[in-house]
Design a protein around this ligand. Structure first.
Ligand SMILES: Cc1cc2nc3c(=O)[nH]c(=O)nc-3n(C[C@H](O)[C@H](O)[C@H](O)COP(=O)(O)O)c2cc1C
Length: 397
């Protein structure tokens, strides 16, 4: 599924009978993970209330360019800069004409002019209006300015006419928007990502594991999928949803994860080792639950295979990224890891900082390769994943 996680969508709602569908469009965009703010034109306010759109979007609805309070901080410019994408749905013939001629006569058209964000229009109107040469010429002209037009549906209209001009289904509109953020930078590439924590059994009910939730790894899986890669995800213990577009393989212990990775590694062009793999496993785990006794219990641990090192020693080694979760001498340890494991890049994660890393939604990392050391500032794991991949693609692909 496409994603709008952390994307900021500005929805313009115009004076069309189909404006009653706009709260549903807000909902569907939110389903994809977007934050939505709404500009309601004065025409639109005749068809749908600010209160409905405010309640659904959970944000103040903007409608008046002469709002003295908002304009104290140049509200229309702020909105223009805030948006990652502007969607106008429904777009009236009137607003389409204004945008085509570069007018800035209300808040919506002023924000459109002041924004660098991609613009999508979903025209909705009576079929005669839609087919009029004025509207068609305006749309043709907007198309030459790289403004995306969502074709209206055909069918029975509110006025009783039958023809083209109906606002498409809200889910289709949200899908169209989400597709704008898909990239093809990893198109056709096979990428293997390991993530989550391995579980080393002590006995049938007890185990040794760690705090990894799989959030950072899954953010990378999602980003790779969005960039067009064929992703295989080998996951241990996780606290996130799987991406249904990836091939998902569960591996409980470090031994199972090693086997699962080695099974598929020769088909991969990129390997991203995010899983927190236990360095040690329990020698001879008990088949029965160990009974409590007053005596000390000694567990003998044996070293597990180092999956990243082994992959990097392969003759047909894929481009490989490792993660270094460090608590001290972080930079030095991460650079040593890059050298010792023979991988192409290491992502340093300072896990002594309790605000980031394990089980948190945000992360702050350093991308380290032979030729590069780049800080990626604290941000959502989704955005950090995108930045890691962008740097990686620029350096290696
Ligand atoms: C009942 C009614 C329904 C209308 N439906 C539409 C419509 O579906 N599409 C459209 O472009 N204009 C429609 N209009 C005309 C617009 O509301 C009008 O052009 C208005 O100025 C648009 O303002 P705006 O572009 O600022 O939203 C309708 C008008 C009325 C009275």
């Amino acid at each position: 599924m496409s994603s709008l996680t952390n994307k900021r969508i500005l929805l313009g709602v115009c004076g069309s009978i189909s404006a009653y569908k706009s709260p549903d469009i807000v909902r569907r965009l939110q389903d994809f993970g977007a934050e939505v703010r709404v500009i309601l034109t004065s025409g639109g306010a005749n068809f749908i209330t600010e209160l409905s759109l405010q309640s659904i979007s959970k944000n103040k609805v903007h409608s008046n360019i002469w709002d003295k309070e908002a304009e104290l901080s140049m509200g229309h410019i702020e909105l223009a800069k805030w948006a990652d994408l502007i969607l106008i749905a429904p777009a009236s013939a009137n607003t389409i004409a204004k945008i085509a001629t570069g007018k800035a006569s209300d808040l919506l058209t002023s924000v459109v002019l002041a924004s660098k964000a991609k613009l999508i229009l979903a025209p909705a109107m009576n079929q005669q209006m839609f087919n009029s040469s004025a509207v068609q010429e305006n749309l043709k002209h907007l198309n030459t300015r790289q403004i995306n037009i969502i074709q209206p549906d055909s069918g029975l209209q509110a006025c009783g006419d039958i023809g083209v001009g109906r606002l498409p289904d809200s889910t289709d509109i949200a899908n169209y928007v989400a597709k704008q953020f898909e990239s093809t930078q990893l198109s056709g590439k096979n990428v293997l990502v390991t993530l989550g924590a391995t579980v080393e059994a002590i006995d049938p009910v007890r185990f040794i594991s760690n705090h990894s939730s799989g959030k950072m790894g899954m953010a990378l899986v999602d980003s790779c999928v969005q960039m067009g890669a064929r992703v295989t995800c080998v996951y241990g213990n996780i606290d996130v949803n799987l991406n249904v577009k990836a091939i998902n393989i569960h591996a409980k212990s470090a031994i199972e994860m090693h086997a699962s990775v080695m099974d598929v590694i020769d088909q991969q062009e990129i390997f991203i080792a995010v899983a927190a793999v236990s360095d040690y496993g329990v020698k001879n785990p008990s088949k029965q639950k160990i009974k409590k006794s007053g005596n000390n219990l000694i567990l003998e641990l044996t070293p597990n295979k180092d999956i990243l090192s082994e992959v990097c020693k392969l003759d047909n080694k894929p481009l490989s990224i490792g993660f270094a979760a460090e608590t001290q001498n972080t930079l030095e340890n991460a650079k040593n890891k890059l050298k010792n494991k023979g991988c192409d890049a290491i992502i340093l994660n300072d896990v002594s900082n309790t605000e980031i890393g394990f089980n948190k939604d945000e992360n702050q990392v350093v991308f380290i390769s032979q030729n590069l050391q780049e800080n990626i500032a604290k941000n959502s794991k989704t955005n950090v994943a995108e930045k890691i991949l962008k740097i990686f693609i620029k350096e290696f692909l």
